[in-house]
Design a protein. Structure first.
Length: 269
C-alpha cells in the first residue's frame, strides 16, 4: 500500500474543513490520526496527495465522500449507562416528579452507535411501564447510526448494564449470533435514529423534548461552536425540560437560557 504524507498547509485545510462541517477542533497532534484514517481514500480516486483529496472534497461534487471523511474523523467512544448518575436523576427526579401523562420524549443528541439511547430506553421502560414514551437518537456520523438502528452489540459491551435490565431487555444471540446480543424489540420500536448536524438549526419536525442528552461531544468544540450548538438545540427543549451534558463539560458562559439544577444538569425556565 502506498504511504501518503501530509504537509502542514494541507493539514490546516482539513482542520478548517472538519471545523466548518462538524464543529470539531482538530488539534495539531491529530495529524497522524488523520493520515492514518484518510490515506486509504486517496487510491480509490487515483489521487496522489492530500491536497488533491481536499480539492475534490471542497469542489462540492462528492457529498458522499465528504460524509465518509466526517465519519472517519469523528470520535464515537460510548458505552451503556455511561455516567450512571444521570440515569438515576432521570428516573428519581425528572420522571418521578412529572405531573402529566403526555408522551415523555427524550433526545440523545450525540447518540453515536446507540448505547446511550438504549440506556435511556431501559430506564424509561422501567420507570414508565404504563405510560407513553419515545426516544430520538441523532449523530452526524452515518456509520454509527447504521449500527444504532440494528440494536445489535457484542456481549463485551454489556458492562454497565444493570443485571435486571440485561435479562429483561437484552436478547442473547445463539448459533451464528453467539457472542452478541440484541436490544429487545419493544425498546427498538420506541427508539428512532436520524442524522442531525448540530452545527445547523434543528428542524422543528423533530418535535419538542422533555429531556435532551448532549453528553461528551462539546469537549471537541471551541467556545464559539459550543454556544452555537447549544442555541441550536434549545428551541427543541420544552419549557421546564432538562438539558444534560457530560461530567467534564459546563455551560458556564455559553448561554443564559437554562439554569443549573446541579453540575452538568440544566433546566429551561
Amino acid at each position: 500500500m502506498i504511504e501518503f504524507s501530509i504537509t502542514d498547509q494541507e493539514f490546516g485545510l482539513f482542520q478548517r474543513l472538519i471545523h466548518k462541517i462538524a464543529g470539531i477542533s482538530l488539534s495539531d497532534a491529530k495529524k497522524i490520526l488523520l493520515v492514518g484514517r484518510l490515506s486509504k481514500r486517496l487510491p480509490l480516486y487515483d489521487l496522489t496527495s492530500f491536497g488533491d483529496y481536499y480539492r475534490m472534497l471542497a469542489s462540492g461534487n462528492f457529498p458522499e465522500e465528504v460524509q465518509t471523511m466526517v465519519d472517519l474523523l469523528t470520535t464515537n467512544e460510548t458505552y451503556f449507562f455511561r455516567e450512571p448518575k444521570h440515569f438515576d436523576f432521570l428516573r428519581e427526579e425528572i420522571i418521578a416528579k412529572r405531573g402529566n401523562n403526555a408522551t415523555f420524549r427524550v433526545w440523545s443528541a450525540a447518540s453515536s452507535s446507540g448505547e446511550e439511547a438504549y440506556s435511556i430506553a431501559m430506564t424509561l421502560a422501567e420507570a414508565l411501564p404504563d405510560k407513553p414514551w419515545e426516544i430520538v437518537g441523532s449523530d452526524i456520523c452515518t456509520k454509527v447510526l447504521a449500527k444504532a438502528v440494528t440494536g445489535h452489540y457484542s456481549l463485551a459491551r454489556t458492562e454497565g448494564i444493570p443485571h435486571g435490565h440485561l435479562k429483561k431487555y437484552c436478547l442473547k444471540g445463539v448459533r451464528a449470533h453467539s457472542g452478541s446480543f440484541l436490544i429487545a424489540p419493544e425498546l427498538r420500536q420506541k427508539t428512532s435514529f436520524h442524522q442531525i448536524n448540530l452545527m445547523h438549526p434543528v428542524d422543528a419536525k423533530i418535535g419538542e423534548f422533555d429531556v435532551v442528552f448532549l453528553r461528551n461531544v462539546m469537549i471537541y468544540f471551541d467556545p464559539k461552536t459550543k454556544t452555537r450548538v447549544v442555541h441550536n438545540l434549545l428551541p427543541r427543549l420544552r419549557p421546564g425540560g432538562y438539558l444534560i451534558i457530560g461530567h467534564s463539560e459546563t455551560l458556564n458562559g455559553l448561554t443564559d437560557r437554562v439554569v443549573a439544577v446541579r453540575p452538568t444538569i440544566y433546566r429551561k425556565p
